[in-house]
Write a protein that binds this ligand. Sequence first.
Ligand SMILES: Nc1ncnc2c1ncn2[C@@H]1O[C@H](COP(=O)(O)OP(=O)(O)OP(=O)(O)O)[C@@H](O)[C@H]1O
Ligand SMILES: [Mg+2]
Length: 262
Amino acid sequence: MLALCVLNQKGGTAKTTTAVHLAARYAADGVQTVLLDLDPQGHAARCLGVDSAMPSATARLLREEASLAEVVVEARPELSLVASAGDVAQVAAALPPADGVYRLADEAEAFRDYGAVVIDCPPELGVLTLAASALVADLVSGGARGGLVVPVTPEPLAVVGLSDLLKTQRRLEPRGVMPPVFAVVPTRVDSRNRVTREVAEALEATFPGRVSPGVRTTVRLAEAPNVGQTIYEYDPGGRGAEDYSSVARFLVELAETNHAQA
Ligand SMILES: Nc1ncnc2c1ncn2[C@@H]1O[C@H](COP(=O)(O)OP(=O)(O)OP(=O)(O)O)[C@@H](O)[C@H]1O
Ligand SMILES: [Mg+2]
């Protein structure tokens, strides 16, 4: 099983685009996949052309009102979605801090029925992101492959910006709340650009062997959510589809390598 928590506290680094397309790729390859949206912006549903019901599936799960099986919708063949909406922000604010972080981990058993679990986090390191990472930490400690997947856009301070995340990760890992960084995904890359090349080198130095192939900038990836389609449906022969398939394959290979080393 593959368990991936897609996070970066910085906004707009292509977390949602990455989470949706990893999940869509694995599902299209025949892996029973669940995509869990923890962002109150609810963009994952939009990317898949699914209307968010109210109260949202994520809110009901976090409030322990319903089980995973009761809240998922079948967004595509093999692809179950736990859709989020604005009400998740209120649920998060009302969660008891100590207990809230473990709300999803308490449901880990239900997630183990899937071959791939992919979580889209909001751009912060608050209780929602920690609840997501605690679930993935639980799945990984139970034998799943994976951990944190961090999409990074090539900007001069991109790597420096990761130091806060790494500090938090190191503090929380011993408490079982955050698994290690499994992979870093360079997004919106333009290989002709000097900054892109420098960021790619700095990432490889910090996370040797864990930097995935980059996802090139393409307006098609920005357009696809407007019609509720994944890039595999909207532009299957284009570079967005090609690049996300490469990232998905890289993560599977990384999981298999880790397995071989264990
Ligand atoms: N490779 C790409 N090329 C062009 N546009 C992209 C690419 N990847 C993502 N985008 C676009 O960039 C914007 C931000 O992407 P996305 O919503 O995935 O980021 P995010 O990290 O989830 O944002 P937030 O922090 O708000 O949750 C979106 O409009 C998306 O369509
Ligand atoms: Mg997002």
